[in-house]
Ligand binder design. Structure first.
Ligand code: ATP
Ligand code: MG
Length: 474
């Protein structure tokens, strides 16, 4: 293990710990990650004694590069040093009450500290004192569980999950992130305690959910969330996608599994959390827009529109940010059928211009979403769709090069319209502006100031308006 501790921060901690005569260990996620060859810049240090004092002395020794924050109430301190984050805490013993996941904490031995950890793979430590520097302490055979690719609690899983139900989300998150299996007895305990997730704050839950979404194969995590019974509690709108209804012998596809397939497919192409969220929510309104029409079969008319309207309340429920990331997801959900419709008909320049004008800088992400949405089992169909999308992509490039619609504002502004006709802000300004925009998108005029200005003059006339200040040619 010594070679993993090559970074100077470890020898500094070791030296200071030794001079203070404190037994000190690296513990938890960092140790797990180095044994898995995963990169980790997030280090947890546990001390038999006062973690804050050790941190302050370590920071002093590192010098002005180290920024230290002390959290007195928690008895912890954090040092930020270049890209490293080192957290110091005294070894502790925890006991729980049934109505809260926040434990009663008291000083403890290193054994107590191992036992308060959630999983065997997270309960390994490495010594930092002179007599044990680099030595691995693995009280619950975490290494064996890493070998077997198993997530397992060190103590009775019923108690572990009931004490802090967030651990159920963490178990599933680690299973998805690391491609591990959850030990069957543990999984049974998760099923049994699923309801207790309700005592955990939404912010903590969504942090784990986001990590599941960012795993290599996110469906692995969602299947476990579903099987455990957690999904309908933490994310009922998504759970509602499950199931197939049959009328007159005709069923529709199961939108839960379809969506998971889209999510997995998009995850091969992007690590953008919000694009993955768009994949997760693209069909979210299918259950509520679903109708069986005798002539058409199953329809989901308007699901893209209704779905995009649902995004805000889902983000609010899940404590996701109500900012431009949410707007981005709303936009992609709203537009997710547009390239498909385009690829089914003759692709006109004006349709492409409209798509570019609506999607703006997110057009590439929208195309990635649409391509991931092709989950047909019929290889001929898949080939046909993907080659049509290729055509749409080429057209997009061509039109973009010609017309520069992306990040586009019509070349004559509202102020210029008001100045030309000597208007104060009124309805006509909007009408003229929209008419200019339409004329450009339809290809009736070129996307430049002179053409747009002339169009404005002519269009004004049809509204009985005369130009007062002519700016053309300026
Ligand atoms: P990651 O950093 O990838 O999110 P991690 O396991 O390092 O994963 P941290 O939140 O950094 O998670 O926690 C560090 C360590 O603290 C864990 O490895 C584990 O030993 C312990 N720990 C964290 N959360 C809990 C919990 N809810 N219950 C018990 N132990 C926990
Ligand atoms: Mg960590």
């Amino acid at each position: 293990m010594k070679s993993f501790l090559g970074h100077p921060v470890f020898s500094i901690i070791s030296e200071v710990a030794e001079s203070m005569q404190l037994r000190t260990f690296v513990i938890g996620g960092f140790v797990r990650d180095i044994t898995l060859n995963r990169n980790s810049k997030d280090i947890d240090i546990v001390v038999l004694g006062n973690g804050i004092d050790l941190a302050l002395n370590v920071a002093k020794k590192i010098g002005p590069n180290a920024k230290v924050n002390v959290f007195k109430n928690f008895g912890t301190a954090m040092i930020r040093y270049n890209e490293w984050e080192v957290e110091f805490v005294g070894a502790r013993k925890e006991s729980y009450r049934s109505d809260s996941r926040k434990p009663i904490v008291e000083d403890g031995t290193i054994e107590d500290d191992y036992s308060r950890r959630d999983f065997t793979i997270n309960a390994m430590a490495i010594g930092l004192n002179n007599d044990n520097f680099g030595e691995l302490f693995d009280p619950f055979d975490g290494l064996g569980d890493i070998d077997r690719a198993i997530i397992k609690t060190p103590l009775d899983p019923e108690i572990t999950f009931s004490d802090d139900p967030l651990r159920m989300m963490r178990a599933i998150r680690f299973a998805a992130q690391l491609n591990f299996k959850i030990d069957p007895i543990c999984f049974k305990a998760i099923k049994k305690n699923a309801e207790r997730i309700k005592i955990v704050s939404g912010e903590r839950i969504v942090e784990e959910l986001n990590k599941i979404i960012l795993s290599p194969i996110p469906s692995d995590g969602f299947i476990l969330l579903d099987e455990s019974g957690l999904l309908p509690i933490i994310f009922p709108q998504f759970s509602n996608l499950k199931g197939i209804e049959i009328v007159e012998g005709k069923g529709h596809k199961d939108n839960f599994y379809h969506t998971l397939e889209v999510l997995d497919r998009i995850s091969f192409h992007t690590n953008n959390l919000w694009l993955r969220w768009a994949a997760l929510l693209h069909d979210i309104a299918k259950p509520i827009t679903k109708k069986y029409l005798p002539n058409e079969g199953w329809t989901f008319h308007g699901h893209e529109f209704v779905g995009s309207k649902m995004v805000k309340s889902i983000f609010r429920d899940l404590k996701l940010p109500l900012n431009e990331k949410m707007k981005y997801v709303e936009k992609l959900v709203l537009l997710h059928l547009r390239p498909i419709v385009l690829s089914e008909e003759i692709v006109t320049d004006s349709a492409i211009r409209r798509l570019l004008s609506d999607a703006q800088e997110d057009i590439d992400d929208l195309m990635t979403l649409c391509e991931a949405d092709v989950t047909s089992k019929n290889p001929e169909k898949v080939k046909k769709y993907l080659s049509r999308f290729q055509l749409v992509r080429e057209k997009l490039k061509e039109i973009e090069a010609k017309d520069k619609i992306r990040n586009w504002q019509p070349p004559v502004s509202g102020e210029e319209i008001m100045e030309a006709f000597n208007l104060t802000p009124c309805k006509n300004v909007g009408i003229i502006k929209e008419a200019i925009r339409e004329a450009i998108l339809e290809g009736e005029i070129q996307n430049n100031f002179d053409d747009a200005y002339q169009f404005m003059i002519d269009f004004g006339k049809t509204l009985g308006m005369e130009i007062v200040n002519n700016k053309k040619g300026n």
